[in-house]
Design a binder for this molecule. Sequence first.
Ligand SMILES: [Zn+2]
Length: 479
Amino acid sequence: MAEEKLTSRAEDFSEWYNQLVIRADMADYAPVRGCMVVKPYGWALWENITSFLDAEFKKTGHVNAAFPMLIPLSFFEKEKEHVEGFAPELAVVTHGGGEELEEKLAVRPTSETIIGHMYSKWVKSWRDLPILIVQWGSVLRWELRTKLFLRTAEFYWHEGHTAHASAEEAKEEMYRILDIYERFCREEAAIPVITGTKSETEKFAGAHTTTSIEAMMWDKRALQSGTSHYFGTNFAKAFEIQFLNKENQLQYAETTSWAISSRIIGAIIMVHGDDQGLVLPPRLAPTQAVIVPIYKTEAEKSKVMEVADRVFLELKAAGIRIKMDDRDNVSSGFKFNDWEMRGVPVRVEIGPKDVEKGSVALARRDRPGREGKTFVSQTDLASTVNGLLAEIQASLLNRATEYRDANIHNVQTYDELKEAVKDGWAFGYWCESRECEAKVKEETRATTRNIPFNQPSETGTCSVCGQPSHRKVYFAKAY
Ligand SMILES: [Zn+2]
């Protein structure tokens, strides 16, 4: 029954990831190339992500709605940069009901165009603003090189689309959402992210400003984990979203859009996972603790199960997402490996000796082996387990933060920059010219990640060309 060992991260990180996603039962490959099937365990994780974000959006005045997945192809022509950005990735429907369609339809790659079209009908006066709508669903982008969760043709997300009466309000909205994203990553996913502005070349097609959250994976590559865009009046002009302002003059609305996708699951896997499998942050884990009863004889079984059943009910009543592994066709060792692979934060082991002593063994997933095992009293177990879950959550964030900070290198010269991005991120001044950015990309494959909001007070010189510059940027190889 012994399963083959997972390829280690150091051996082949990409292979480790591919094996892990399948063996942890998160997702599977679909018959259509580039698509994925999210399995119940992966979807349960996604639901915990979406329910946090949905609640945060509602607290800040947003409402949910649904728009069609088919969009007239002509809509994409209306915003020049948008069509250039998305044309290569569009899937187009040409036939329906056996007939060739007069108007070709795109399967949505993102919904700015269709939603902009609808907003132009709904917005007439300043009293109709702001509109703060979120759509939950999936989109399709024709990707050639795909990887489960990280890059698939169809993926799941929310897309927020808002329209406002003023630029100030729209920009505030962009930053408000980015704050929610940053807090979600830090508090729920235990992933420290850097918030900042994308460069002109890296921003969203058609955006005035794109802000992002950037995270460092275990292999030190960056993953853009969420974006929030301010469009100015670009989309309002393309789709005629106009309103009468308080002075009774016709004015274009200011719009935003923003998203976090199922890609964030890839980030959780690549930041926290280890050579035994997935390591899930307790706040998002579908199962926070699993009970493994250990016995050999029938007599032992009845004693152990009595305690195990009681513990199960107690932890469940305390709101802990708990599972009982009472399978009798596999060994305890098999069960340990199995739950480690799935990243369950705490394992509760109960054997005959524990029954005698009134104790249980708690094993923490973030510290496999002896080091992470403690024997605790059965009394007040729910609060002990809750305390341990909180400790694991904090410890995962600390570990990821220390790892990230140890692998970000301050650079002053181009040689230092080139050296840094070989195995980490470079943080250096940049003159913000496309030439310097292109040179770095061409010679090192690293791209600008974002220009962080947190900047040193002094100015410096561009780490590529040496010209005076006033802001620092992160350069890294990215997913
Ligand atoms: Zn430069």
